[in-house]
Design a binder for this molecule. Structure first.
Ligand SMILES: [Zn+2]
Length: 92
């Protein structure tokens, strides 16, 4: 089991602090996408909004990009490029 759902803001916050693995955003209207955990695509406001709308989307933390692809059928984000090993300047 390599994917964990980030069901609460606390889960989300902890995952980003630990900075281990990647985030898969699963949206009702889009196919799942793997993102860098602390990439620019992922924001606390976004997470809160999604949770507030209840069932509009789910967030999963996965150990690796390939786990996201295998377990959730995710595609790889073209904005934050989670396959690139380098830390990016927008990372806080
Ligand atoms: Zn992204």
């Amino acid at each position: 089991m390599t994917k964990r759902e980030l069901a609460t803001f606390e889960d989300f916050r902890k995952a980003r602090l630990d900075d281990v693995g990647f985030i898969v955003m699963v949206d009702a209207s889009r196919s799942p996408v793997v993102h860098r955990l602390n990439g620019r695509c992922i924001s606390a406001d976004n997470f809160r909004n999604k949770m507030a709308r209840g069932g509009a989307g789910k967030y999963y933390q996965v150990d690796s990009v390939s786990d996201g692809i295998k377990e959730l059928g995710a595609s790889v984000c073209k904005l934050c490029k989670p396959l690139k090993p380098e830390k990016e300047p927008w990372k806080r």
